[in-house]
Ligand binder design. Sequence first.
Ligand SMILES: Nc1ncnc2c1ncn2[C@@H]1O[C@H](COP(=O)(O)OP(=O)(O)OP(=O)(O)O)[C@@H](O)[C@H]1O
Length: 704
Amino acid sequence: MDPFKLLSRSTKLSKSSKQLQRRSTPSSGQNAQSQLFPGNSDDGVNRSRKRKRGEEALSNTRVGVDDVYPSVVTGRTIPNGGVFEQSDVERGSTARPPHGSSVYEEESMVGDDGPLPLEERRKIMKEHKLKITRLDPPATRMQKKGRSKGSSAKVDKAKALVFPEPMQEFDQLTSRYGVSRRLANNVAEQGFSVPTEVQLGALPLLLDRPSTYLADSDQPGLTSSSGAIDLLTVAPTGSGKTLAFLLPLLHNLQQEKQDDAAIDRHISALILAPTRELASQIVNEGRKLSKNTGITITQMRKGMRFGLQDHDNAEEKESSEYNNSSLVKADIIVSTPGIVHNATSESENHLALSKVRHLVLDEADVLLDPLFRDQTLEIWNSLSNAKLQVSMWSATMGSNIEALATATTTARRRRLNELGKTCAEVPLLRLVVGLKDSAVPNVQHKLVYAATEQGKLMGLRQLLHPASSTDSGPPLRPPFLIFTQTIERAVALHAELLYDIPVEAGGISRIAVLHSDLSDTARDNVMTRFRKGEVWVLITTDLLSRGVDFRGVNGVVNYDIPTSSAAYVHRIGRTGRAGREGGVAVTLYSKEDIPYLKHVANVVAMAQRETRNDAGLQQWLLDAIPTLSKNEKQSLKKHGIESRTARGKEKDPKAARKARISTKAGFVRQAENKRKGAVLGSQRRAQAEIHDDDGDETEFGGFD
Ligand SMILES: Nc1ncnc2c1ncn2[C@@H]1O[C@H](COP(=O)(O)OP(=O)(O)OP(=O)(O)O)[C@@H](O)[C@H]1O
């Protein structure tokens, strides 16, 4: 739909085209393929009969989000709430294996035919667009040396490639990697039939002994003496990274607990995420996966302190402080860097993390970006366990972040060795899925020119009416997310759109705003309502652009353009998750946005090249958009488009007025201001009169 065609005319859709659209949105319930780059079906890869059966079961269970979502225009109510909660797969009874049984249990009896030959592994990894490279010092040194010698660079880079045996089926969890039945059952209960690409590549790396796959990388120097690796993973949004780091973590903790019962009393793993919403989501996923495994996972919230778990002192154990609910005690702690940093800076909590063996940085690029960098690095460096294993995950990762991660692991190890701790050498591997820093291939991108701020608002209003037109691609159907640059603009946009949804369809209850100025309870409340399907349009800032998984979101609107290509990739990654087709990403831009549009246009162009679909962006437009200098890019990333910020308001009030979100014409606003001024003036005069009267009274000396 092109909203600007609609400003002048509106077309009614035929019944059949409406039905077609219904079927092709992410919330329509069809999850055809959770893999973004599935291998060729006649590629010789063993796709078992059981897996097909699992796929069927999964597709049968999908709740048709699109079926239950009425059109905003027709205003029918939702018969079944909660259509895109995280646990939506679980609602369908046929997806779950019968209680007490496991699909993997049955399959784990199938014998393991031994490792695949190297050529076969290479082929599978290529088909799934997986690339694993060693980044630890010897490889880096060799690459540098190679680069200076010209042709030998190729040889060294090839040697740095690693080819573990991809985990093509979840039944290998028990048969090959010795994952407990309970843990494997918990994965089965999620209704996942096939591992996604990132799981295919990362699970063997984290579950297998490194010696098995590092052996054929022909790499002299390091072998993993500690039996562990550090991992940096770059994989598309919605590709299942959470399971890829949680599953090995839970498996390793179970093993460690078996080996050393004392571990029970310590915090063993720390997962950092940039927002509390993401942290809470990871805990939810973690709880589902760790059910009945004996591993506990919890979120550390504001004001909480670490519960000192190794209490040998009985008195201390019984003290009221120990029983205080603000103390956090679990095997795995999930939180934001700010909260953990605050807690560790208290002297008594200093040692609480000394036994942590696993550190996971989810959205690692943002955690190592200037906003969180100091806190994240301080926490990382304060973890004094010599056997610490680190993994970093994101859909985007700049080379500077990779360099920082490498330098931090090396420096930390050196420092601990100097302190007399024997710190094992751990190889650092990088797994890249698909094209680095690119958008998911199954989302349709649209760049829509709206000329002015008011034009953007009108365009958005048209998007809220999905039956208007489908001239240029699929329409945007609720539920969807709208991103703005600042909190102030999110609030203003919410106020503008509040009455745009008809009362019969739920009216103002269907639209909500979420930002970091709201209280924790209000934030949780909005998230729950959106997940339940009570809210259809959620206006937010970049707070929700990372990691948050709403399965049935049909689209994303960038009301304000994102300030970097990474921000664009993450924002639009809230739709088209787990391989779902039909997600739409609309970016509205005005004349003021044109100088800052290039990074968005580049990502769109790359996605179009990949999918061979040039519907969203023409080459002439790409060529016409100016390119920003490095400094301009950095400033844009840091401050956003200035006229939309408080800083810009002070600097250039006229430009800020132009950028204001409001449909009111200038003269209407002027008349309103005059009226307000008149009211204020008359109130002031009335006050002054009262004051004068009071003055008379004080001067009144009484009757003689
Ligand atoms: N093997 C699988 N098969 C089908 N769905 C899966 C599988 N693994 C994970 N999922 C689902 O895919 C969705 C996205 O997963 P997840 O949130 O882990 O993505 P992500 O890669 O972390 O995304 P982001 O980069 O946005 O954080 C979730 O709803 C999850 O339940």
